[in-house]
Design a protein around this ligand. Sequence first.
Ligand SMILES: Cc1ncc(COP(=O)(O)O)c(C=O)c1O
Length: 385
Amino acid sequence: MIYLDNAASTKIHETVLKEMLPYLKEQYGNPSSIHRYGRNARKAVKKARKQIANLINADPSEILFTSGGTESNNMVLFGVKKNPESRIITSSIEHDAILEPCKILTKEGFDIIYLPVNNYGLVDPLILKNNLTENTSLVSIMFGNNEVGTIQPIADLAKICKEKNILFHTDAVQAVGKIPIDVKKLGIDMLSISSHKINGPKGIGALYVRNGISINPLILGGGQEKGLRSGTENVANIVGFGQACELARVNLLDNSAKMKGLRDYLSNKIIQEIPEVTINGHPVNRLPNNVHLTFLGVNGEDLLIKLDENGIAASTGSACSVQIQKASHVLKSMGFSHEQITGSLRLTIGISNNLEEMDKVVEILKNVIKELRSMSPFKEKYSFY
Ligand SMILES: Cc1ncc(COP(=O)(O)O)c(C=O)c1O
């Protein structure tokens, strides 16, 4: 198999797994316990917190462990202190882990604004500025889009919020570990991270909350994580997540350059060898591992099945949307037609992919697209084959 669905999840790194195993076997203590098992677990959690903080230039005291990107996003939307008239501004292309909480907040009477995006999936900072009111308590705009890979002008957006003293959160689940992120330099108040997108274990993530910001907890109990996220810490996952962040930090530039090289090679070759294809998302401001394409005359679901039969794991967009088969809200917001949305494919590269695989993918894709177009109701359009 050639795995090109790294935006959905990644393979756990060998070193990460090795670091985790002792905490699943002999080091099973509870970090709250006084004895040495507890002390060892506490020490491991402390080390991981520092490793995560280092990746984004935060202080360890600003890192809260959560069960992943979804919980981190929920924690921001529900946890930020608001008054009944509060406005919350987000974008129309966010992940459902932002959009679904927003639906609940709308029902509760909050004023939620969804900023539009252009054809590349970019939010315009000026539009954000024009939508800020005295009652705005939070702005949440994602860093890199999980479907089309477009990277937002985060520093500009954060600066606009800072000028008005409004909290700025970013869902950086797809961007962390792929591009350098310095929360202090970028002026970010809160940031969501997920471990399984960066070769760490699933079910663990973090929320960076700048010191000085006070939010309400979602989960109450024993008071772990400074009372903001109760429940015995998932020590093995935390250790693995910490190690994944450490590896991502040390290898960031190399990994990013490698993925970018493969991405550009793959996109160029697809354009050269397959007729009538478009590459979507911003041409420059994009995640180094994302290739998002539209093949007119092809049904994306059929394409995925054919690719799977031929040994390629890909996706049409957000992994979470596949089960409910809804048309991508991201592509709709970018102004795509129904036919364009239907014919879309997302290939996301990981740290272990190689050039030979890219060649194979293009070869298979070429044949599969030709075959699917020959069966299309609009097949006369593709008579050039
Ligand atoms: C942009 C974005 N936010 C949030 C999430 C959810 O993260 P997790 O799977 O860790 O809950 C994802 C996962 O696909 C994502 O791509």
